[in-house]
Design a protein around this ligand. Structure first.
Ligand SMILES: [Mg+2]
Length: 175
């Protein structure tokens, strides 16, 4: 399989508005630039991959069918351009290696999709997203949407106002 670069996106507060333990597809609102950004990345040959911690599944605040309904509504609003989604249901008190900042979900994606990690990026609104991306070998962008205004201690490669600006940075970067 030919190796392709990917952009790993956090979900809540990055691609869609932060909703505490979102369990209702009616609450899904994409953030500015998300849909257009995924179109541009796809056209330029990038894979769009979502990696999301969903501890609300472990704690019973979100049922699996509710999670799946939210995931599919988000992908619908993003024009069906999400190539793959990895979610981690672990609770924050007993995290496994897949829960960010652990790199397990990214490692799975690399195996499943034949991703070139050195050409890939991680975009998220929390320090754990940046730490995860860096540990996996990606370049990293912290967005200031969601919790992004509160998180700036993780030394991302770039900071962006929103996911649309993050995509701009990725498309303009020269390796
Ligand atoms: Mg987030």
């Amino acid at each position: 399989m030919e190796s392709r670069p990917a952009v790993f996106f956090d979900r809540d507060g990055t691609l869609m508005e932060e909703v505490h333990y979102c369990n209702d597809p009616a609450l899904v609102r994409t953030l500015p630039g998300a849909a257009a950004g995924l179109v541009r990345l796809h056209a330029a040959g990038w894979l769009n991959v979502v990696v999301t911690n969903q501890s609300g599944i472990a704690s019973g605040k979100i049922s699996l069918p509710q999670y799946q309904a939210v995931e599919s509504e988000l992908n619908r609003q993003l024009g069906g351009l999400v190539d793959a989604v990895y979610f981690c249901a672990d609770s924050s008190s007993a995290p496994g290696p897949r829960r960010k900042p652990g790199t397990g979900m990214i490692e799975e994606a690399v195996r499943d999709l034949g991703i070139d990690i050195q050409k890939s990026w991680m975009v998220g609104d929390k320090d754990i997203d940046i730490e995860c991306g860096r540990a996996a070998g990606c370049r990293t962008i912290l967005v200031r949407t969601g919790y992004g205004a509160l998180h700036s201690g993780s030394n991302p490669d770039f900071a962006a106002d929103d996911v649309g600006q993050a995509v701009e940075i990725i498309l303009q970067s020269k390796i």
